[in-house]
Ligand binder design. Structure first.
Ligand SMILES: CC(C)(COP(=O)(O)OP(=O)(O)OC[C@H]1O[C@@H](n2cnc3c(N)ncnc32)[C@H](O)[C@@H]1OP(=O)(O)O)[C@@H](O)C(=O)NCCC(=O)NCCS
Length: 168
């Protein structure tokens, strides 16, 4: 398996992978909307390929924590593995790679809304442990954060997502 940054010729295949993983087009549309926004980070839109075929994708993009300051942090969303390639370690490898890259880029914190059984293996903890408040009604344990090397105590407050996330 090879992990690399996405490039524009990959967009269609990435959309197919995401749509088949989620069984709906919403998350692929989210990726497209983020790509066209100021929150997009090209280095953190990653694909996994096997024999030259893209089988998985993960995107980290900017969102904000708002308290006295407005601080940029990363949202991990979405992550998708083609159904026939799931449960073979690909999603885990892709997320791990992305987190390491985000750390290298000097980012401070990653936020994810997702399966509470999947993300703790990467060091994610419920956001309330860090005084970080979810904007969603979802169960508290599904809203998780992972501090990176540049994390500081000032990263507390309310999480604000760009409007495009509300359309998913
Ligand atoms: C969730 C997903 C990204 C995991 O990637 P993967 O390559 O299948 O997973 P891996 O092989 O790396 O890891 C396997 C682990 O993930 C867990 N897992 C797989 N799919 C899962 C799901 N839909 N919900 C919760 N956990 C899931 C497995 O139970 C397994 O856990 P274990 O190691 O404790 O036994 C992938 O299954 C997927 O794309 N699912 C559909 C889209 C989705 O739900 N995306 C995530 C939104 S939060």
């Amino acid at each position: 398996m090879n992990i690399r940054c996405e490039a524009s010729p990959d967009y269609l295949k990435i959309a197919e992978v995401i749509t088949s993983a989620f069984g709906q087009p919403n998350e692929a549309k989210l990726v497209e909307a983020i790509r066209n926004s100021e929150n997009y980070i090209p280095e953190l839109s990653l694909v996994a390929e096997i024999d030259g075929n893209i089988v998985a994708h993960v995107l980290f993009s900017y969102i904000h924590i708002v308290s006295n300051e407005i601080l940029p942090v990363l949202a991990l969303a979405p992550v998708a593995v083609s159904p026939q390639f799931q449960n073979q370690g690909i999603g885990t490898a892709l997320v791990k790679y992305g987190l390491e890259k985000a750390d290298e880029l000097g980012e401070a914190l990653v936020i994810v809304l997702g399966h509470p059984s999947f993300y703790p293996r990467f060091g994610f903890l419920q956001s309330t442990c860090y005084g970080i408040k979810s904007p969603f009604d979802s169960p508290a344990e599904a809203f998780m954060v992972k501090p990176l090397k540049n994390y500081e105590i000032k990263y507390t407050g309310n999480v604000v997502y760009p409007q495009v996330f509300n359309d998913v």
